[in-house]
Design a protein around this ligand. Sequence first.
Ligand code: GLY
Length: 561
Amino acid sequence: MKKKSLLIIAVFILLFCACKKDKTVGFIAEKAMVVSAREEASKIGAAILQKGGNAYDAMIATHLALAVVYPVAGNIGGGGFMVYRNNDGTTGALDFREKAPITAHRDMYLDSVGNVIKNKSTLGAFAVGVPGSIAGVFEVYNKFGSLPFKDLIQPAIDLAINGITVTEKQAKSLNSATERFKKVNNYITVFEKEWKKGDILKQEELAQTLERIRDLGKDGFYKGKTASLFVNYVKELGGIISLEDLEKYKAIWRKPITFNYKDFKITSMTLPASGGICLAQILKAVEPYDLSKIEHNSTKYIQLLTEAERRSYADRANFLGDIDFVNVPVDSLTNVKYINNRMKSFSWDKATPSSEVSHGKIIGYESDETTHYSIVDQFGNAVSVTTTLNTGYGSKVVVKGAGFILNNEMDDFSSKPGVPNVYGLLGSEANSIAPEKRMLSSMTPTIVEENGKLKMVVGTPGGSTIITSVLQNILNVTEYKMGMQESVDQPRFHHQWLPDVVRMEPNGFNEETKAKLETLGYKILERNSLIIGRVDAILVLPNGKLEAGADKRGDDAAAGF
Ligand code: GLY
């Protein structure tokens, strides 16, 4: 009898364990952490924190290390955005987005009959925007840096001289870009060879450029030898960036978008990044629904988020652009009444076709590769940075003699209204090209607070899918009470108004859910090559420790203490 009841208990425990989903817990640190696309960069950032540096010092070291160890998106030839929250609760944002060259013009990617010329805004020197990363790094340093700058940049220089160990994923990525490096450049770049896991990639010319930045500051990039090498090579290849463009570039401190979602305060990036506005619109559209009654990643959950996303991306395409050039009705777009009104056409019974969803009516105007890293320091400051060259290895132009890759961010403008960019995103006049204008971005570096305390630092690459990946991770943690790694591991889906498809990560969703969605009129797209974000995030646990969410979709890793 005793044996029998023990057996029943054992069977019950076994069944319970089998039903319980695996919950992966991420790397835990007591007080300080960096999570980025590569272990080397996270360790360099964490070592700066260990030396007594703050989150901003670590930001600079991590950013520069990524430019060496993660050339697909880490960069000094690109740009990005930073959102921060200091330990006293103050928040802010830095825009170091690229901008159009002075001689850029609205129709520069169109042929004589007004058609978009294929690849002109994505491949080669004509696709390059004026880079902002180094200006961004020095803005951060001048406002918040505490350690000597040379200590922050030297690890990246050493990494470039000694070489980085190529991972399996990186070898595949580099090999897939070889033909395009060859096509674009007029010499053999350091990135062209048949790479395999374990190879060492040394970048001597990049090290020399970083040394000039170490010794001369911002002028080591925007003036002098680096600037001449940059401009001369771009000209040789038919590009239009001038010395004046480089000299005039400025990173801009901006007021971030701040809003509440239920009990949480969310701070995210403002224009020219669309992330914060779209995130606010989508979360506000979802807020009236009781998610405790809607199962995570169920048909209903996917429906609700998809319909909110559809309406927000339609607004994105019509209204959003560089706020310094166009009048964007930010307050109206993020107004709860307006958002609820937009959701009135949503029905649980069938999909709203995107052809029936245009942008909303605003009464009166008031106004793929990318990479993300999250940092929390031992003083309680938090930094959320997303940076990019745009698509993998940007324009594929590697500045001869200077060793860094240039972005192809000009493709984030709308080359022609109604013609999608590389991410399938549409744009309007608001995001048309103009001299010195910043192109609209989807980047969404974000910080979440609960009861006035830091809760989460989050962001991701992924082009147009950035916003929806950040959104899903915020809901995973705030609504579904997941840990950080558990949240990052969840399969993700994405809708962006047009094309009218729900993109889903392969093998992530059950067949019944997909079948039900199709019955309701949703078109589903599942393809192996789809990138739906690579989230690197930090969660502050109830005991004050930090849990990392380092995305297993890449080589991402956390470091801390
Ligand atoms: N280049 C991608 C983005 O900024 O959204």
